[in-house]
Write a protein that binds this ligand. Structure first.
Ligand SMILES: [Zn+2]
Length: 213
């Protein structure tokens, strides 16, 4: 994020475009450092999220959102749903490594990782769809730069998960092909990490649309 963008974001939030009733204008404040939103009555206190002193607060007017959308957004479907594929993907490289290191429990671990790899594409789809729905609810378009990148990367991640699933179904994970699963699992985990990072820019923390007003 560039300094200009930050400044632009700050300008948007601190200069309400139209006059609004006082109650609305002073009800909420936002932390300029971390984007935490707090009731205006607590603006004399330090930010409870990042600890910066009370000078970080500025007035904040929540955007008007259709209550139905608001309720759906409040479920946080995507941030919850993505944990499942992330756990499974990281498992597909960590568990085979453990299995290779500890041969006495290798059989059990290979069975577990075979199962995880089999269902991985389904978990990836759930993560992807929940993200797409969230993006539809939150933004006017999913064709902005970051959502678009996320869609492409998710497709690549899904294809990779299908390859892992295919290996699991056709051969099962074992000592001979464990390295295949480990390599694919590492690549998948990097992709999942990138997706998470992009997601955090979209709706958590200081560069979120909430922060930008
Ligand atoms: Zn803060």
């Amino acid at each position: 994020m560039t300094a200009e963008k930050q400044a632009a974001a700050a300008a948007t939030t601190s200069n309400p475009a139209k006059p609004m009733n006082k109650e609305q204008a002073t009800k909420w404040v936002i932390c300029r450092v971390c984007g935490y939103i707090e009731e205006a009555t607590k603006r004399d206190e330090a930010c409870p999220a990042c600890g910066y002193p009370a000078t970080v607060w500025m007035d904040y007017t929540p955007r008007r959102i259709d209550p139905k959308r608001d309720k759906l957004l409040d479920l946080h479907l995507h941030p919850i749903a993505v944990h499942f594929p992330i756990v499974a993907t990281t498992g597909t490289f960590l568990v085979p490594i453990i299995a290779l290191l500890i041969p006495s429990i290798a059989t059990t671990l290979f069975h577990a990782v075979t199962l995880a790899a089999m269902i991985l594409p389904i978990l990836a789809i759930i993560g992807g769809i929940s993200g797409y729905i969230g993006s539809k609810l939150r933004y006017k378009t999913a064709t902005a730069k970051i959502p678009k990148l996320k869609i492409y990367l998710t497709i690549a991640y899904f294809i990779l998960s299908c390859i892992q699933s295919y290996v699991a179904f056709t051969q099962g994970v074992n000592t001979e092909n464990a390295w295949v699963m480990i390599v694919l699992g590492v690549i998948g985990s990097v992709m999942a990490g990138r997706l998470g990072k992009m997601g955090s820019y979209l709706f958590a923390g200081r560069f979120s649309p909430y922060t930008a007003g």
